[in-house]
Design a binder for this molecule. Structure first.
Ligand code: NAP
Length: 242
């Protein structure tokens, strides 16, 4: 990335869910650019990978006490809303528990983290949310997750509009399928192979995503001083296929 762009990359950035998968890829990219990075996730053990990259880590559930989290973390000028959860449920099984849990972590926590970030920030800054192509294109069993991510896109656009006069930008990235703990939990090897073949067929570019594919786009959105309110597809062509 050009030096001029890096000038606008926030200096101290909180990455939620940065101990695993896509989040860890974002932490690696930011540390390579010498940024101070703070990472939160619920389980202490996965956070060790982020600590090994030089991030400050805190075991914290983002659905709890967001003000307490910001007191602990201290001043930041970048926020990456990456933590998320998925649950597969067909409409015949939709449950209050799943819809509540997924909206709490994927949407409401992002809302509360963003407002706390903006209220404490003096000067410019940037927010990037990791949404999903499912926010734009449905898939069987994904409604609770997809709807929570679609709402997140709207939250980001409102943040972009309202915070632009203060020099605070907000953007969203929409990844296609990236093999991580979230997408590879199937134990049955035949079903896992079927799922892999199905996933491959969704991406015209001919491969699934890597955390680094998404991370470079997140960092670009954090750094680009004229980008705000954007929905960035990073999906191997998933959203443009027939
Ligand atoms: N992988 C994909 O194909 C894909 C596609 C589109 C979008 N995404 C999005 O990308 C983001 C990262 O997912 P991933 O694929 O990298 O899966 P992942 O490895 O399961 O990452 C999710 C992270 O979120 C953390 N987390 C979950 N609930 C939390 C909570 N209440 N408080 C704090 N941290 C919490 C998890 O840590 P703990 O469990 O320790 O809390 C974990 O580190 C998610 O928002 C996901 O929706 C993924």
């Amino acid at each position: 990335m050009a030096v001029a762009m890096n000038e606008h990359l926030p200096k101290r950035i909180l990455v939620t869910g940065g101990g695993t998968g896509i989040g860890l890829g974002i932490v690696r990219h930011l540390r390579d650019l010498n940024r101070d990075v703070i990472v939160v996730g619920r389980r202490p053990q996965p956070l060790e990978a982020a600590a090994a990259l030089g991030a400050i880590v805190h075991a914290w559930d983002i659905t709890d006490n967001v003000q307490g989290l910001f007191d602990l973390v201290g001043p930041i000028d970048g926020l990456v809303l990456n933590a998320g959860q998925y649950r597969h449920e067909m409409c015949s099984q939709w449950s209050v528990e799943t819809w509540t849990d997924l909206w709490r972590v994927n949407t409401l926590a992002a809302v509360l983290l963003s407002t706390e970030f903006a209220n404490r920030l003096v000067g410019p800054g940037a927010i990037v949310a990791v949404a999903s192509t499912l926010a734009k294109r449905p898939a069987p069993g994904a409604a609770a997750y997809a709807a929570s991510k679609a709402a997140l896109l709207s939250v980001i656009q409102h943040l972009a509009l309202e915070l632009a006069p203060r020099g605070i930008r907000a953007n969203a990235v929409l990844p296609g399928i990236v093999p991580t703990a979230m997408t590879t939990s199937e134990q049955d090897s035949a079903k896992a192979q079927d799922h892999h073949d199905y996933a491959m067929g969704l991406h015209p570019i001919g491969r699934l995503g890597r955390p680094s594919d998404v991370a470079s786009t997140v960092v670009h959105a954090l750094a680009n001083p004229w980008m705000t309110g954007a929905n960035l597809n990073i999906d191997g062509g998933l959203l443009v296929r027939e």
